[in-house]
Write a protein that binds this ligand. Structure first.
Ligand SMILES: C[S@@+](CC[C@H](N)C(=O)[O-])C[C@H]1O[C@@H](n2cnc3c(N)ncnc32)[C@H](O)[C@@H]1O
Length: 382
């Protein structure tokens, strides 16, 4: 039996247990949580499946090789010895990233340059020509991790970050949640995919769109392409059967529907939210209202509220912030019996909700330390 491949999937800090559960659900073995990602093992199909189906991961890296290297020359030789021509030819493009921890090299850019030179030199020697560099959308994204003298070399199956699902257009909300983080928060809330759901400050509706796509069993990667599809070693049969299966699941789930509504006080956000929901194939399931949370009455009784109010680090000024959180508090107090999860990056703001939390899950949102906070709104059950 072939030995399993070794993979690593990074995610937002705090989402590791969510990602691990997703991976185990896909059949990954040996899952091991690290800070900001999960290491796992499996076959080639699992790597493709992970790109297509993982909702909370940012990328999927395949580990190619490890070595002890004590000097620049040894690192260069190690890189140059890899069979890069298995993946691309000299018409392809590469990009290299590097991370260093207490290593003999001190500048990650220098390390990345050295890796790039070694790859390019191998092609030049073999063919007389060389691949070029494309940092935006390389055919072969390469990553070096140098932990003291221990080098780990990986390639990224996804290419563009997995949060880029393909449903968001160029015009963006000024403070959108990253789709992978939004999906991870929905999964962490343990929403049952049935309970009526609302977001009273939905912005471009990322939480609601990701939730609706779970209901419809839409693979998050179905509307985009991946770097591995351009590699010479692509197993076309495996990939096309996985893709066909995802299309069949999407077709089977197309009629499923759960009451989902969102509201936002900013008219521009409402336009963006509707457009994104349509592009994501769930526009018929999600209703978006232009209204203030303070006054909003959803058209059904929600059992679950998931929301990401402004937290000041990025948008809103202090008075505005207090008004928004008080408005959210007013809305939540009316949802007797519901469970609410609120993303907060501002510990002072949560006091304006006038509710006691039940659980606080630390999670990072674009470098801001946040808490995904659970509230049980006391009263009759909906
Ligand atoms: C951080 S953004 C939400 C981003 C959203 N999660 C997304 O992915 O696009 C916060 C949103 O709260 C909205 N907001 C602030 N105060 C509000 C209020 N009183 N009622 C309704 N919406 C409000 C803002 O217009 C903004 O769109």
């Amino acid at each position: 039996m072939k030995s399993p491949l070794r993979y690593y999937a990074p995610c937002s800090l705090g989402l590791e247990p969510v990602l691990r559960a997703e991976l185990e659900g896909l059949g990954a073995r040996g899952c091991h949580e690290l800070k900001g990602g999960v290491r796992f093992r499996g076959d080639v199909a699992l790597g493709y499946r992970a790109c297509l189906w993982l909702r909370s991961a940012i990328r999927v890296q395949l580990e190619l090789a490890q070595a002890e290297v004590h000097r620049e020359q040894a690192l260069y030789d190690f890189i140059r010895d890899q069979e890069w021509e298995r993946y691309i030819d000299n018409a392809g493009t590469v990009a290299v990233s590097a991370a260093l921890n207490s290593s003999f090299l001190t500048h990650s850019q220098f390390a990345a340059q050295l890796v790039k030179d070694a790859v390019v030199d191998r092609f030049r020697d073999l063919t007389g020509d060389r691949p070029s560099v494309d940092i935006k959308e390389p055919d072969l994204p390469i990553h070096l991790f140098l932990n003291r003298d221990h080098a780990t070399l990986s390639i990224d199956l996804a290419g563009r970050s997995l949060h880029k699902r393909g449903y968001r257009d160029a015009e963006q909300h000024k403070s959108p949640l990253n789709e992978a983080l939004a999906a991870g928060l929905v999964l962490a809330s343990e929403w049952d995919l049935e309970t009526p759901l609302v977001d009273p400050m939905c912005g471009s509706a990322t939480l609601l769109i990701e939730a609706a796509r779970m209901v419809r069993d839409v693979a998050p990667g179905l509307q985009r392409s991946f770097a591995f599809e351009r590699w010479h070693d692509l197993d076309k049969d495996v990939w096309s059967s996985l893709f066909d299966e995802a299309e069949e699941r999407q077709a089977a789930g197309a009629k499923r529907s759960v009451p989902i509504e969102g509201a936002d006080s900013h008219p521009g956000s409402v336009v963006l939210a509707r457009r994104a929901a349509d592009a994501a194939g769930v526009g018929d399931m999600i209703r978006i209202r232009h209204t203030d949370a303070k006054l909003w009455e959803p058209s059904f009784r929600p059992g679950m509220v998931l929301t990401n109010p402004p937290y000041g680090e990025r948008i809103g000024h202090d008075d505005e912030l207090e008004r928004s959180w008080r408005a959210l508090g007013d809305f939540l107090h009316r949802q007797k019996g519901a469970t609410a999860w609120v993303l907060s990056g501002n510990p002072q703001a949560t006091q304006f909700l006038r509710l006691s939390s039940e659980r606080r899950m630390p999670v990072a949102n674009g470098g801001i330390n946040c808490r995904w906070i659970r509230y049980q709104i006391r009263g009759e059950t909906p």
